[in-house]
Write a protein that binds this ligand. Structure first.
Ligand SMILES: *[C@@H]1O[C@H](CO)[C@@H](O)[C@H](O)[C@H]1NC(C)=O
Ligand SMILES: *[C@@H]1O[C@H](CO)[C@@H](O)[C@H](O)[C@H]1NC(C)=O
Ligand SMILES: *[C@@H]1O[C@H](CO)[C@@H](O)[C@H](O)[C@H]1NC(C)=O
Ligand SMILES: *[C@@H]1O[C@H](CO)[C@@H](O)[C@H](O)[C@H]1NC(C)=O
Ligand SMILES: *[C@@H]1O[C@H](CO)[C@@H](O)[C@H](O)[C@H]1NC(C)=O
Length: 507
């Protein structure tokens, strides 16, 4: 371009470092020339971009650029005047049109200054051209380090998640100019956490880099670094620690600690007694370790099982009383099944386990048992003291077969009419009995184990006194007795006839 084609005045603002007016490139390789050019043609003023690099310090004012005029014959006849933001304080202009900056600037506080320039005739004070606005931009330097502002970072991801699963994203901020150069262009990298995690360099998205098992390790500390200048020389960096928890999935089946369990139950135990507890272990947690138990096998009518919801143990309960003397050993199969099953892991086998439980019935010292629940005996009235009434018998059915001792439970006011032989259960009378006073003597006998006197059984003994004809019939009216004077002993009396009649009626 030929300058002579401009009519009167051309003011050229020349940068220290000349920029091509059309440069629009922000790429990394071109940082020096990556400023947006402000090209302005206005009434003969030609403005090229002016900028000051922030944070530069010097004892002397620093040169920014120059206003140059064709009409300026370098004879001092023209005067340059600066107005606007920072004019004559931060910026000043000398008689040659050179602009200087006096102090250190901070782009992060103020990124550009709007100023006006004017050229007047020093003598006439008349403007050579109307004033015009221009901008001095403050150019960014990398004076801010990246910062992770949202910490502490905590994330949870299900264990066994496939590689590439996104865990979380961390982002750092950088105070520098994001639109200029690479000062604020961050690159993320993993400082700690290999080979389990990876981070996307540009986004800070953390991903699973391998499949992980919570039961092996349930928490990871991942350290992410953010570097500005896309990680190149001169970059600032910051790190953040991300705590990553693995949450549980049901990837472990239950397993009994033993293939065979031995339990005892007393034959005295009532229905509902807890026979024992079994635990099928499951390395998962929470509902992934929740269990249902089932009982199978021959004795499953005798034993039941329920689940303790707190401990996930199976509680074996007695459903029916057991008897040592008839069956001493029971065997059941117990199955534990996970309550909630994750289909994804089913291919590895069923989520259940089976064990065998052998239950021994423990012999209890049970009281002796009478041969009958009650005994009915007869004794003729008037029989002499010491006459045999009958025999009761009881036995200890337990293994040790303790001998027993018999006795009669003596009523408080009753006269003692019978005695029992404590060794063989023989009941005899202690005095003659009168049927007309009492026709039945109902007594209770006990059998006591000699080896354990606490084990006592009782049985009722009903003793009927049989009539012998020892009373003359009595009539309500004073009839004459017509009993034959020569009656033979053994002759049937009227009373006896009545008894026989009653017996016949019962039959
Ligand atoms: C910017 O620079 C890059 C790398 O040197 C180049 O590939 C690209 O074409 C340039 N763009 C412009 C608009 O000049
Ligand atoms: C992560 O795991 C730790 C230890 O197991 C626990 O204290 C913390 O609450 C968990 N955090 C989250 C968010 O699950
Ligand atoms: C069962 O009883 C036997 C014999 O009394 C004893 O040796 C064993 O320890 C008991 N087992 C349990 C689980 O109580
Ligand atoms: C019971 O013992 C008594 C006294 O030793 C004896 O007289 C009686 O004959 C015995 N009875 C039986 C049935 O053994
Ligand atoms: C004794 O038992 C007999 C037969 O069960 C009964 O008929 C009678 O009423 C009972 N007597 C007494 C006093 O309990």
């Amino acid at each position: 371009m030929n300058c002579s084609t401009f009519p009167s005045l051309v003011l050229a603002l020349v940068q220290l470092r000349l920029c091509s007016p059309t440069t629009q490139n922000f790429s990394a390789q071109n940082t020096d020339q990556s400023y947006t050019t402000i090209q302005r043609v206005k009434r003969g003023w030609v403005w090229e971009p002016l900028f000051v690099t922030e944070e530069e310090t010097s004892t002397m004012p620093m040169y920014v650029g120059q206003l140059k005029s064709d009409l300026d014959k370098e004879d001092g006849s023209l005067q340059y005047i600066l107005t606007g933001e920072g004019a004559n304080s931060i910026f000043f202009i000398n008689e040659h049109g050179k602009i200087y900056v006096r102090q250190k600037l901070d782009r992060e506080k103020k990124s550009f200054y709007i100023l006006r320039a004017q050229v007047i005739n020093r003598k006439t004070r008349l403007p050579i051209e109307p004033d015009s606005e221009f901008i001095i931009k403050v150019r960014d330097i990398n004076d801010h380090e990246p910062q992770f502002l949202d910490g502490p970072y905590v994330a949870t991801v299900p264990e066994m998640s496939p590689e590439g699963t996104s865990v979380t994203q961390v982002t750092a901020t950088d105070g520098d100019d994001p639109s200029y150069g690479n000062n604020a262009r961050l690159l993320y990298s993993l400082i700690q956490g290999q080979p389990y995690f990876s981070v996307e360099p540009k986004t800070g998205v953390i991903r699973m880099a391998s499949q992980m098992d919570r039961e092996t390790k349930d928490q990871y500390l991942v350290v992410i670094q953010a570097k500005d200048m896309v990680g190149q020389a001169g970059a600032f960096s910051a790190t953040a620690t991300v705590t990553i928890n693995l949450s549980d999935v049901n990837d472990n089946p239950p397993k009994f600690q033993q293939r065979l369990y031995y339990l005892n139950v007393s034959e005295e135990a009532p229905v509902g007694t807890t026979v024992g507890r079994l635990l099928a272990e499951d390395s998962d947690t929470g509902e992934n370790a929740a269990m249902n138990y089932f009982i199978e096998g021959d004795s499953s009518d005798v034993f039941g099982i329920i689940t303790d919801r707190e401990t996930q143990e199976g509680i074996i309960l007695l459903k029916k009383r057991v008897d040592y003397e008839s069956k001493r050993k029971h065997s059941v199969r117990v199955k534990a099944v996970n309550r909630y099953i994750d289909d994804r892991f089913l291919k590895e086998g069923p989520f259940e386990d089976i064990t065998i439980v052998q239950i021994s019935v423990v012999d209890a010292d049970e009281p002796p048992v009478f041969t009958l629940e009650s005994y009915v005996m007869e004794i003729a009235e008037g029989a002499v003291s010491g006459s045999l009434v009958g025999i009761v018998s009881a036995r200890d059915l337990d293994n040790d077969d303790s001998p027993v001792r018999y006795s009669i439970v003596q009523g408080m006011r009753l006269k003692r009419l019978f005695s029992i032989n404590e060794h063989n259960g023989t009941i005899i009378t202690t005095e003659p009995l009168d049927r007309e006073k009492t026709s039945w003597h109902n007594i209770t006998v006990t059998a006591t184990e000699t080896r354990n006197p606490e084990k006592i059984s009782e049985a009722n003994v009903y003793i009927q006194v049989l009539d012998v004809n020892d009373h003359a019939p009595e009539f309500p009216k004073n009839y004459e007795t017509f009993v034959c004077e020569n009656a033979v002993p053994g002759q049937v009396s009227v009373n006896e006839l009545a008894d026989i009649f009653l017996i016949t009626m019962k039959i």
